[in-house]
Write a protein that binds this ligand. Structure first.
Ligand SMILES: [Zn+2]
Length: 329
């Protein structure tokens, strides 16, 4: 197994290196949050000081393009200028406006913010943050959890930290594929089981309409859609996929007064969207759609399945190394 995976890795690198020799690679980075959190089990947050150093490094050493310029090159099938970068954010956390935007503005850099719309203006957290709050904080919970998923009933022990961590890991993928009404029922049951409020932590708040409007008015931000309810599109019928994408597009256009032409698939790995999602993006006249799988962007990439690479809370040294790798492999 080890030898085989090593051969696959080496072969993958060889393919990438060959493609990069044929056609100048560009890279799209994905961020989610810029903030300093006590715990961050999903590693979605980059500390403001690290983000600032990362953007400064990109500005000095790379060609950070604006969203429309990056996508025009791709859609015209032109070669990217060397070291082209696009910075993107997914989901729509309030810290995108309060922490990320001032840093982007100070370096005269633009990022594309893909916003999921159903929880704008609400005190609710995203469900993955709710799970963290319920299972991974030190708030005591009952010793057992009976969890219903479709026709299956699961019983989890939740007395110790280890048991709660295991429960969190098992419950997360089950809730991810629940449709949003079922997900809402599940969350309500979990809130009452744990004795926590549905209202979330201020530190995990999502943008308000007013913050989103101000974000959209900055030359350092471009706004894109990310569905209404943040459900993996591959779990939905074609009609429901259209509805999810169209609702977020309409809401964002109403709030910002601008045309929303860019989209990113929730979760974004190749199992989280399907052919119908790509057809739906085309049907709704999205000019581009970004995914979330590791690859560079070349001028032959499908504009409706663009690869992106996740950034973690790396300090300057690690970020420098990672950026070199991103362009090579
Ligand atoms: Zn997302």
């Amino acid at each position: 197994m080890l030898a085989l995976s090593h051969i696959n890795l080496t072969f993958g690198r060889f393919i990438r290196a060959s493609l990069n020799w044929l056609n100048t690679p560009a890279v799209i980075l994905i961020y989610h949050r810029v903030t300093d959190l006590k715990t961050d089990p999903q590693m979605l947050a980059v500390k403001p000081e690290n983000f600032s150093k990362q953007i400064e490094h990109l500005k000095k050493n790379y060609n950070v393009l604006k969203g429309e310029d990056f996508f025009r090159i791709l859609k015209n099938r032109e070669q990217f200028p060397p070291k082209s970068i696009l910075v993107t954010f997914d989901d729509g956390y309030a810290d995108n406006f309060y922490q990320a935007l001032p840093i982007l503005e100070s370096y005269n850099t633009q990022a594309l913010f893909y916003i999921s719309t159903s929880q704008l203006n609400t005190p609710r957290e995203f469900w993955w943050d709710d799970l963290e709050r319920i299972f991974l904080s030190n708030t005591p919970v009952p010793p057992k959890l009976k969890f219903q998923h479709n026709s299956d009933s699961h019983l989890f022990n939740t007395s110790t930290v280890e048991e709660r961590t295991l429960t969190y890991r098992k419950v997360h993928p089950l809730i991810k594929i629940q449709d949003y009404q079922i997900r809402e029922n599940t969350l309500q049951q979990l809130y009452s089981w744990a004795g926590v409020a549905a209202e979330g932590r201020k530190t995990h708040r999502i943008l308000t309409e007013n913050e989103l409007l101000k974000l959209s008015q900055s030359s350092s931000a471009l706004i894109g859609a990310h569905t209404h309810n943040h459900v993996p599109l591959s779990t939905l019928t074609y009609e429901r996929q259209i509805e999810e994408m169209k609702t977020s597009k309409n809401i964002l256009e109403n709030i910002t007064g601008r045309k929303i032409s860019h989209f990113s698939y929730p979760f974004g790995t190749t199992v989280d969207y399907n052919r119908q999602s790509i057809t739906a993006a085309k049907e709704l006249h999205f000019s581009t759609a970004c995914a979330n799988f590791y690859w560079q962007v070349h001028s032959w990439n499908d504009p409706l399945q663009i690869p992106r690479i996740l950034v973690r809370d790396w300090d300057l040294n690690e970020f420098q190394q990672k950026m070199k790798e991103f362009f090579k492999y």
